[in-house]
Design a protein around this ligand. Structure first.
Ligand code: SF4
Length: 280
């Protein structure tokens, strides 16, 4: 299938060079290679520069309120398990405003893919600190440098029980495409944190190109949770990308099947004939 099938024809308004372009291209390529028809896919986006994904993907789409991608995506999947549901959120949307939803979607193992456009800054609101901004970085809201320890999304997802945890880089579209394909094919909650430079407010292209390396080339076994946790906590100046962890577990839809396929309603009892009952 051609990637043009998923193109709405609308010209993206992102800044030239924005990492969102790489994620958009990787997603279209992944869907095309999986031969998924546009009507079989639902894209859910939140608030932020990433939110435009739902305008540029010719699939079903829902552009929801800030931080609520996962509840929407969960509801859509439960209402129609036949659909391929893909949630997109920014680091502000997923790790600040909507953080409470991530551990619960992970532990429930809802069968959907969650892609976080992690540019480590609030881009749409012109460059404020987010939970993943590195310590010391100057932003509009931290003019003396970010004083906080950044959140570790991969570690959080692993600790929450996610059954598929990966990290990608928008500057490596082919590698990211493979991660998205693997996430969609995974039965359960697939979490993909994507390092995505914001060329206007926090251009990390050079830093990321120098630091990223591929887990599969380093011989990592994605079935090894302890090794995944160690890699997620590593602070040796390099940044691993690829699948950290993957396992199989019952999905939320399977555990919830009694509610999704309720037994036939019990027959309504016949009305009592009071006149006969009183004669007894
Ligand atoms: Fe991309 Fe940053 Fe521009 Fe937003 S502000 S479109 S994230 S480069």
């Amino acid at each position: 299938m051609s990637i043009e099938v998923y193109d709405t024809g609308r010209r993206p308004v992102w800044c030239p060079g924005c990492g969102n372009f790489g994620i958009l291209l990787a997603l279209r390529k992944a869907l095309a290679e999986l031969k998924l028809k546009p009507e079989e896919v639902v894209i859910v986006t939140g608030i932020g520069c990433h939110g435009r994904m739902s305008d540029y993907m010719r699939t079903n789409a829902f552009h929801t309120i800030h931080g609520r991608v996962l509840p929407l995506a969960t509801g859509i999947k439960l209402a129609n398990p036949e659909l391929t549901v893909i949630g997109h959120a920014g680091d502000g949307d997923a790790y600040a405003i909507g953080l409470g939803h991530l551990p619960h979607a992970a532990r429930r193992n809802v069968d959907l893919t969650f892609i976080v456009h992690n540019n480590m800054v609030f881009g749409l609101t012109t460059g404020q600190v987010t939970p993943t901004t590195p310590r010391g970085v100057k932003t509009k809201s931290t003019p003396f440098g970010n004083p906080e320890q950044p959140l570790n999304p991969v570690l959080l997802a692993l600790a929450s029980g996610a059954t598929f945890v990966a990290r990608g880089f928008s500057g490596d579209v082919e590698h990211l495409k493979e991660l998205i394909k693997a996430g969609i094919q995974h039965k359960g909650f697939a979490f993909i944190d994507v390092l995505q430079p914001c060329v206007t407010f926090f251009n990390t292209y050079q830093m990321l190109r120098e630091k990223v390396y591929k887990l599969e080339e380093a011989g990592h076994d994605p079935s090894d949770l302890e090794s995944a946790l160690r890699l997620a906590m590593l602070q040796d100046g390099r940044i691993p990308i690829g699948i950290f962890y993957k396992t199989q577990a019952p999905t939320f839809e399977e555990a919830f099947s009694h509610a999704m396929n309720p037994p036939p309603a019990r027959r309504t009892p016949k009305p009592v004939d009071l006149s006969r009952a009183l004669k007894r």
